[in-house]
Design a protein around this ligand. Structure first.
Ligand SMILES: Nc1ncnc2c1ncn2[C@@H]1O[C@H](COP(=O)(O)OP(=O)(O)OP(=O)(O)O)[C@@H](O)[C@H]1O
Length: 249
């Protein structure tokens, strides 16, 4: 095992309020790691620190052996650490294929050429088609994104994210707002795309967390409360108390 992503002493203060407090977290290469915790625990803030939407007050972040603490979001995406769902917007009026193609063009830095001739765009098609098929959307490839169900739109977001060729994915509540059928489909997809990649996800659906995660870190009030596999953390009295205290089941 070796560390893919490591946060050390990561801290974020907002005008004296400490939202993330001295957090140490190691995500091992090739694993699915979940970050859970009651509302207001600091999960989103922590994710925003990792992807540089926010600058930490203190602490360091290392990705694949490189210190990325002062790098920009774009820089770390180029290094292969990509956040999904918030960063990869789906364009409703474009087809599934066109959405993936545009993400690929952005990766290659020619995003302002997307009105170019079909011949130029065609260069991307084979690769884009591969990503669309890999998330099970082959039969919808020429459908407008607006026509897709919610779960399939999420699958399309995953395809656009994969087209950025990430080594590590940060998934921000991948199951939010989904019905059971979509939850099962996206869970299976996450499992599939985790092969050869590292995943850190924030997720509220604990049965999904139990099913997918190799390791779980529980945050509460900005601090790490527990860490381990699902059995370990779900039996921790501190974890149970933190969830009950916050009004969760
Ligand atoms: N920009 C900000 N300014 C001040 N306080 C903030 C800011 N962003 C977050 N906070 C506070 O930091 C704490 C942690 O919030 P955060 O959204 O990170 O928690 P969370 O674990 O993601 O919660 P949820 O599960 O509800 O999304 C909260 O008390 C929140 O009010």
């Amino acid at each position: 095992m070796s560390a893919m992503l490591q946060a050390s002493g990561l801290t974020k203060e907002f005008k004296g309020f400490v939202a993330v407090n001295n957090v140490d977290l190691t995500v091992e290469r090739g694993t699915i790691h979940a970050l859970i915790g009651p509302n207001g625990a600091g999960k989103t803030t922590f994710f925003n620190l990792l992807t540089k939407f926010l600058q930490p007050t203190r602490g360091t972040i290392t990705y694949d052996g490189k210190d990325i603490t002062s790098k920009s979001s774009a820089d770390i995406a180029r290094l292969g650490l990509v956040r999904s769902f918030q960063i990869s917007a789906v364009f409703d009026d474009l087809t599934v294929l066109e959405n993936v193609r545009i993400a690929m063009q952005r990766r290659r830095g020619d995003s302002y050429d997307f009105w170019r001739s079909e011949a130029v765009l065609g260069q991307y098609d084979d690769e884009a088609r591969g990503y669309v098929e890999s998330v099970g959307l082959g039969e919808f490839i020429n459908h407008r994104a607006a026509e897709l169900s919610y779960g399939r739109k999420r699958a399309l977001e995953i395809a656009t994210t994969l087209s950025l060729e990430p080594d590590m994915l940060l998934l921000d509540e991948p199951m939010a707002g989904m019905g059971q059928e979509d939850v099962e489909r996206i869970s299976a997809l996450i499992k599939r795309i985790s092969e050869g990649r590292t995943i850190l996800m924030v997720e509220h659906n604990l049965s999904v967390v139990a099913d997918l995660s190799d390791r779980i870190t529980v945050l509460a009030r900005g601090e790490v409360l527990a860490e381990g596999d699902y059995d370990t953390v779900s039996k921790s009295p501190e974890v149970i108390e933190a969830y009950i205290g916050a009004g969760h089941d």
